[in-house]
Design a protein around this ligand. Structure first.
Ligand code: GTP
Length: 378
C-alpha cells in the first residue's frame, strides 16, 4: 500500500543551530533516503556532506540524502519531488526535512502541505522541530516575535549550545519560559545522545510501524491542563534577580495562550464544523496550532481528528476506533492575541452549555427580541 512520506519542519531563529543539528542527524543511517529542503537564502552550509551537485538545485549527499535549496515556492519544490519520484528520476524517499530560514514563520510551510490536496496525497506532516539557543534564546525571545511563534508552533523544542551555558539556573528559566509558551512540546538537548531519530521523528499522530494513532502522545493534553493553572505566573518567579528585564520584555509571550477544551458527550458534525469555521473565518490568523480528537454524534465509534494552522485545516480524518477507553472530545489550542475565555465561551455556546451571565447557543440562535421572518438586511 502506498504510504505518504513524513515531512518534518526544522525551524529556529538565526544561528540557533538548525544546520548543526541537521548535520548530526543526517549521519544516522536511519535517515538515509531523506530529502532535505533548505528554504534559505545564501549558501547551503551542510557542505562537508556534499558529494555531487545534481541538476536543478538538487544536491546528493554522501549518505544517500537529497538536498535542495528553495528560492521559489515550497509547494513547487514538493510537487517536483513527487514528479521525480513517480518518474523514477530519484529513488524512493523515506522522509523529507524542510529547514526554514531563521526568520521564517513556520505557519506557511505547514500550510503548504496541509492545504494542498495533491501534496496531501503524497506527504504527511510529521512535526515541527524548533531549535532554541541556550545562550541567546532568552534575548531572542524578548526581541523577536518570529522566535516566539517558532516555539509556540513546535512539536519538539531542541535546546542548542547547552555545552556553552554554565549557569543551570539560566537554563531552567529559559526552559520554564518555553514550557509556558508551549506546554505540549517535549524539550530536548541538541548535544544529548537521546536527541536522535527516535525522539525527533514520528511525532505526528500516526505510528507507521503499528499503523495506529497515538493521540495521547500527539495531543499531550494533560500538559495543557497542568499549565492552565500556572499560566499567569511569571516564569522567573518572585525572587528572580536576573538581568533580563523581567515583565517588560516578555510582551511577545504575553500574546500567546495555550489551553485545552473538553466535552464528554458526542457533538453533531454540523456543530463542530460551525465552531471551527467561525473561529477560522473570524480569527484564523490567531490560531497558531489547533489539534484535537472529537466524538461526533453521527459516528461516535470513529473519532474525528482535527489539525489546523491558522486558517488552513487538514481535511478531517477519521480513526477506525477510539485509541483510548475514555471517549472524550479534546481540543488543544495555541493562539496568539485571542482571549482564552472567548474561545471557551464560543465552544460552550455551540455545545449548548450555558455559561453564567452569557448567552447560550439557544439564546444566540433564537433571540426572543427578534421578529420572526424579519432580517435586518431585508
Ligand atoms: N558549542 C556549540 N555550538 C553550536 C551548537 N549548535 C550550533 N553551534 C554553532 O552555532 C553557530 C550557528 O549554528 P548553525 O547550525 O549554523 O545555526 P543555524 O540555525 O543553521 O543558522 P542560520 O542558518 O544562520 O539560521 C555555528 O557556529 C555552530 O557551530 C551547539 O550545540 N554547541
Amino acid at each position: 500500500m502506498y504510504r505518504p512520506i513524513p515531512v518534518s519542519v526544522l525551524t529556529g531563529f538565526l544561528g540557533s543551530g538548525k544546520t548543526t543539528l541537521l548535520n548530526r542527524l543526517l549521519k544516522d543511517p536511519v535517515l538515509s533516503d531523506t530529502a532535505v529542503i533548505i528554504n534559505e537564502f545564501g549558501e547551503v552550509s551542510i557542505d562537508h556532506l556534499l558529494v555531487e551537485q545534481a541538476s536543478e538545485g538538487i544536491i546528493e549527499l554522501s549518505d544517500g540524502c537529497l538536498c535542495c535549496t528553495v528560492r521559489g515556492e515550497l509547494v513547487d519544490t514538493l510537487a517536483d519531488l513527487i514528479d521525480r519520484l513517480q518518474t523514477g528520476r530519484i529513488k524512493a524517499l523515506k522522509r523529507v526535512i524542510i529547514e526554514t530560514t531563521g526568520l521564517a514563520d513556520p505557519a506557511p510551510v505547514l500550510q503548504s502541505i496541509m492545504g494542498h490536496p495533491v501534496l496531501l496525497q503524497a506527504f504527511r506532516l510529521d512535526g515541527v522541530l524548533t531549535t532554541v539557543d541556550a545562550i541567546n534564546g532568552m534575548a531572542t525571545l524578548d526581541n523577536h516575535e518570529e522566535a516566539v511563534r517558532q516555539v509556540a508552533m513546535a512539536d519538539r523544542i531542541i535546546l542548542t549550545k547547552t555545552d556553552l551555558s554554565e549557569a543551570q539556573a539560566e537554563l531552567d528559566i529559559l526552559k520554564a519560559r518555553l514550557r509556558v509558551l508551549n506546554p505540549g512540546a517535549e524539550i530536548l538537548y541538541a548535544g544529548s545522545e537521546e536527541t536522535g531519530y527516535a525522539s525527533l521523528f514520528e511525532c505526528g499522530l500516526y505510528n507507521p510501524e503499528t499503523r495506529t494513532a497515538n493521540v495521547q502522545r500527539w495531543l499531550k493534553a494533560e500538559a495543557y491542563d497542568a499549565h492552565e493553572h500556572a499560566h499567569h505566573d511569571h516564569v522567573c518567579g518572585p525572587d528572580c534577580d536576573h538581568d533580563h528585564h523581567h515583565h517588560a520584555h516578555h510582551h511577545h509571550d504575553e500574546a500567546i495562550r495555550s489551553f485545552s477544551l473538553r466535552h464528554d458527550a458526542p457533538i453533531p458534525v454540523s456543530t463542530l464544523e460551525m465552531f471551527i469555521d467561525l473561529l477560522r473565518s473570524t480569527h484564523g490568523e490567531k490560531l497558531l496550532r489547533v489539534k484535537g480528537i472529537v466524538q461526533i454524534v453521527e459516528d461516535p465509534e470513529r473519532p474525528v481528528i482535527i489539525h489546523g494552522v491558522q486558517k488552513i485545516f487538514h481535511p478531517p480524518a477519521r480513526l477506525p476506533e477510539w485509541p483510548q477507553e475514555k471517549r472524550e472530545t479534546l481540543l488543544v489550542m495555541i493562539v496568539k492575541d485571542l482571549p482564552e475565555t472567548y474561545v471557551r465561551e464560543l465552544f460552550d455556546a455551540f455545545l449548548g452549555r450555558p455559561v453564567l451571565d452569557r448567552p447560550d447557543r439557544a439564546a444566540m440562535m433564537d433571540n426572543p427580541l427578534a421578529i420572526p421572518g424579519f432580517s435586518p438586511k431585508g
